[in-house]
Design a protein around this ligand. Sequence first.
Ligand SMILES: [Zn+2]
Ligand SMILES: [Zn+2]
Ligand SMILES: [Zn+2]
Length: 139
Amino acid sequence: MNVQDMLKRHGLKKTPTRTMVLDVFHDTDHALAIADLENELGSNVDRVTLYRTMSSFEEKGLIHKVHDDEGKLKYSLCSHACSEDTHHDNHLHFHCRNCNKTICIERVPVPNVEGLNGYEIHDVYMVANGVCKACKAEA
Ligand SMILES: [Zn+2]
Ligand SMILES: [Zn+2]
Ligand SMILES: [Zn+2]
């Protein structure tokens, strides 16, 4: 799906910043921190617009937050199943301790932890740490 269709599908107008940010996500296979996007986009985009873009993307079901062992907030593109207010991103994230890249492992769902008596659960994160394929190949 091209960037314009993706924005349209999620009820967002096409703007230069939105297009650039989505392009960066499309060209990468791992999660991105705001700082990574800033490096990538340089002076093409200002910080406030970037933050606003990220929050509307998250709200509309285009990207999801990725928590990894690094403690730095990253974002990844959602699968097509996500839409406004309904994210389906409860999957394992793999974090490489060598290159610090974090990758969505969509085929490994996070276990359902609903119904723990008396505990109110807001978020569940599952992270696997190790060495990614690319780093292993270089070793
Ligand atoms: Zn999502
Ligand atoms: Zn790696
Ligand atoms: Zn993910």
